[in-house]
Design a protein around this ligand. Structure first.
Ligand SMILES: [Zn+2]
Ligand SMILES: [Zn+2]
Length: 419
């Protein structure tokens, strides 16, 4: 068995791995990354001879390049039902917003969706000489890890995963058989996340404080997953005040509500959404800012989306707050706000008087959970991907100190590894 690392080597973004055995040739993920606002793709791969494409989850850094394979061929796409529905939403948005060249159009996306064979989490199936099982990854709804057997070898590709239970999702399934190799993400390989319950409590008490003093809390959140998780947290803790949800988060919510099987507590998800006010017009948007309440809107890093309107309306008043609940990539408006307390109002950076605070609602494993997973897998070979190179190097040293295995690889793009 061989794996060819086509992307996400020493970087976060454009995940893509080709796996070949004596009889099979499959691709796992084919995502994009953004550099200087232009999409960057993994190493090109011919769709000829490809038996199937497997997709771990809908995020564009895993799904965004897949329509390329539907220009002249129609390989089978194997993933969960909700993953293909969310991918369609995100890729449609990418096509709509792109001011740059994309090597595919809506037609290819449609062909991709039509070529999907939905598989349930935990289902085991055969694909030529491979035996494949999807395991719950706990990262976003429908996210899965792939346990693959072929050529007498057993490997796991984690995609993005999270082992802790969140309000919305069950933590990843890491009760694993002995593996020959694990291909594991390392987004947060060197840091530990704060205890989740503590994060929730801090967040809720901060929200309550602002709202009870007559303020508005604006929560920039990713459309898929984070917005709904925050809604569930607010409902679970019975937070007082009106809760608004806006932007593409509403489209993602509609998909979520149609797919009850993918949630840890569907009734919480349903009740939280029933309680929320779905904002649909500019008059509703203006009204939402005028009274104390909580507004959840994308984008998570304040790069576009309706949230910019809410920030402009509320940022000058110190009784309001902007609570960031997602990782803020350097140089994004969200990172600038966190670091310098400023926001760009129509071309000029101005001071924000509203309270700004960041909460660690991560959907990835931290250092402790990654170590635990690798120990559980007892893998002979550890392949570290989907992380910044220096952090993966540091994590490798931690693994060596723990004497888990000597065979730890931080691959280069295009590196082929024999299992
Ligand atoms: Zn992801
Ligand atoms: Zn990712």
């Amino acid at each position: 068995m061989k794996v060819n690392i086509l992307g996400a080597a020493g970087e976060i973004g454009r995940s893509a791995i080709q796996l070949t055995t004596s009889n099979s040739n499959i691709l796992m993920d084919y995502g994009i990354s953004f550099s200087k606002n232009e999409p960057k793709f993994p190493i090109p791969l011919s769709s000829k001879g490809l038996d199937a494409i497997l997709l771990t989850h809908a995020h564009l850094d895993h799904s965004g390049g897949i329509p390329i394979f539907y220009v002249s061929t129609k390989p089978r796409l194997i993933t969960t039902k909700i993953t293909v529905e969310i991918s369609e939403l995100l890729i449609k948005d990418l096509i709509k917003l792109s001011s740059y060249y994309l090597p595919y159009e809506s037609l290819e996306l449609t062909n991709m969706v039509k070529s999907t064979k939905p598989v349930n989490i935990n289902d085991q199936f055969r694909l030529k000489d491979l035996s494949i099982q999807l395991l719950n990854a706990g990262h976003i709804p429908g996210s899965s890890m792939f346990l693959i057997e072929g050529d007498g070898k057993k490997i796991l590709y984690t995609g993005d995963f999270n082992v802790i239970n969140t309000r919305m999702l069950q933590g990843a399934q890491i009760d694993l058989p002995r593996l020959d190799a694990i291909i594991i993400e390392g987004t947060y390989a060197t840091i530990d996340h704060e205890d989740r319950t503590k994060v929730e409590r801090d967040f809720v008490s901060s929200v309550n404080e602002i709202v009870s003093n007559g303020g508005t809390v604006v929560i920039p959140a990713f459309s898929v997953g984070r917005a709904q998780e925050i809604l569930c947290v607010l409902h679970q803790y019975n937070v007082k005040g009106k809760i608004y949800i806006d932007g593409m988060a509403k489209d993602a919510s509609s998909i979520f509500l149609n797919n009850p099987d993918f949630f840890r507590d569907y009734s919480l998800l349903l009740e939280a959404h029933k309680r929320a006010i779905w904002v649909n017009s500019w008059s509703e948007r203006r009204k939402a800012c005028k009274e104390p309440g909580i507004i959840i809107a994308p984008a998570g890093m304040l790069k576009g989306g309706n949230v910019r309107f809410y920030v402009k309306k509320t940022a000058k008043d110190q009784k309001n707050a902007i609570f960031l609940v997602s990782y803020q990539v350097e140089d994004t408006p969200g990172a600038m706000l966190m670091k310098n307390g400023v926001y760009n109002f129509g071309g000029k950076n101005e001071k924000v008087n509203a309270r700004v605070k960041w909460f660690d609602f991560s959907s990835h494993c931290g250092n402790k959970e990654l170590l635990h997973t690798i120990k559980m897998a007892d893998a002979k070979k550890v392949i570290l991907v989907h992380g910044e190179k220096n952090k993966l190097e540091k994590f490798k040293r931690i693994l060596q100190d723990e004497k888990i295995t000597e065979d730890i690889i931080i691959p280069e793009v295009g590196e082929e590894i024999s299992i």
